[in-house]
Ligand binder design. Structure first.
Ligand code: FAD
Ligand code: FES
Length: 279
């Protein structure tokens, strides 16, 4: 894991309090696997508030246009509080401390490649940030990804064009009906799984707890594997403070507490206690 002081190369306002930050970091870009995250100290000086770093999925890897080699990271930042506000106010040339990449990435079992599975990528809100690198990797392994992306309004469905540019089939939902189907994202997901019951399907989900819980329930109803990328408030991000634990069960059904920073953020949905969200 690397700890780097990085320059902000670019910041794009995506609307609805979402920002896309491009950070220059060839080494961290080269090491990042789909589903991993970085811990960002949201202020230039390590002593400035907020003191604790904040976790962000790596949305994309930027390649150097000349060499084609990894050169930087894109992170999606939704301004929801003190740390994300500081990042939203960053300007090109500002510096931020970035630790990572870290965390368990999404798994793509060999059986998915053998049997031409369909991968259902399910995103709610900023959960979309965990799924672009995964979509690319699936395509490179000749597995078809489909995107199911839900939000409250059209403005929440940021960055969807990056998936459309990959040529993958997309299913959008909004709670107010302003774009795509009205309702929850699990509606088209379950419809598709029913229609493809005879071919293998794998669910990968990232978003609000209730959405991932609903994806887990769909996966149980249809006997389909499901991996989720969990969100929890993080302190150290190094496995020491236990601030990010989630209640789960081991293979014998015994209680266990898993650290989202170390044993996650990606986990099989079947081991998570969906009645006990992390603090
Ligand atoms: C593995 C992981 C990946 C993430 N990826 C992204 C991403 O790509 N883009 C993005 O915008 N956000 C992402 N988040 C959430 C992001 O880390 C929080 O929004 C951020 O830490 C809030 O910091 P703040 O100082 O602005 O907010 P604070 O002032 O600390 O809190 C403001 C509000 O946000 C809530 N909040 C704070 N931390 C979290 C958290 N970790 N999860 C859920 N709610 C939280 C608080 O309960 C509070 O209501 C991710 C979280 C995790 C654990
Ligand atoms: S954030 Fe400290 S153990 Fe996970």
């Amino acid at each position: 894991m690397l700890d780097k002081k990085l320059k902000v190369k670019e910041i794009r306002d995506l609307g609805a309090r979402n920002y896309l930050l491009t950070l220059i970091s060839p080494e961290q870009a080269r090491l990042t696997r789909p589903g991993q995250f970085v811990m960002v100290k949201c202020s230039g000086d390590v002593q400035d508030l907020p003191l604790l770093r904040r976790p962000f999925s790596v949305f994309d890897i930027r390649n150097n246009p000349r060499t084609g080699k990894p050169a930087g990271l894109d992170i999606l930042v939704k301004n929801v509080g003190a740390g994300t506000r500081r990042l939203a106010e960053a300007r090109p040339g500002d510096e931020v401390h970035v630790l990572g990449p870290q965390g368990v990435p999404f798994r793509i079992p060999g059986s998915m490649q053998d049997r031409k599975h369909t991968a259902c990528l399910v995103a709610g809100g900023v959960g979309i940030a965990a799924l672009l690198l995964l979509a690319r990797e699936l395509i490179s392994l000749q597995i078809t990804p489909l995107l199911f992306y839900g939000g409250r309004h059209l403005a929440d469905l940021v960055l969807r064009e990056h998936f459309e540019q990959l040529g993958i089939e997309t299913f959008y939902t909004t709670e107010d009906g302003s774009y795509g189907e009205r309702g929850l994202v699990t509606l088209p997901l379950e419809r598709l799984i029913k229609a493809r019951s005879r071919v293998g399907v794998h669910i990968y989900a990232c978003g609000p707890w209730s959405m991932m819980k609903a994806c887990h329930e769909v996966s149980v109803r249809h006997g389909v594997p499901c991996e989720v990328s969990l969100e929890a408030r993080m302190g150290c991000s190094l496995g020491a403070c236990m601030g990010c634990v989630v209640h789960a069960w081991d293979q014998r059904g015994e209680d266990q507490y898993l650290r989202v920073c170390l044993e996650g953020p990606v986990m099989p949905s079947g081991i998570v206690d969906w009645n006990t969200p992390p603090l």
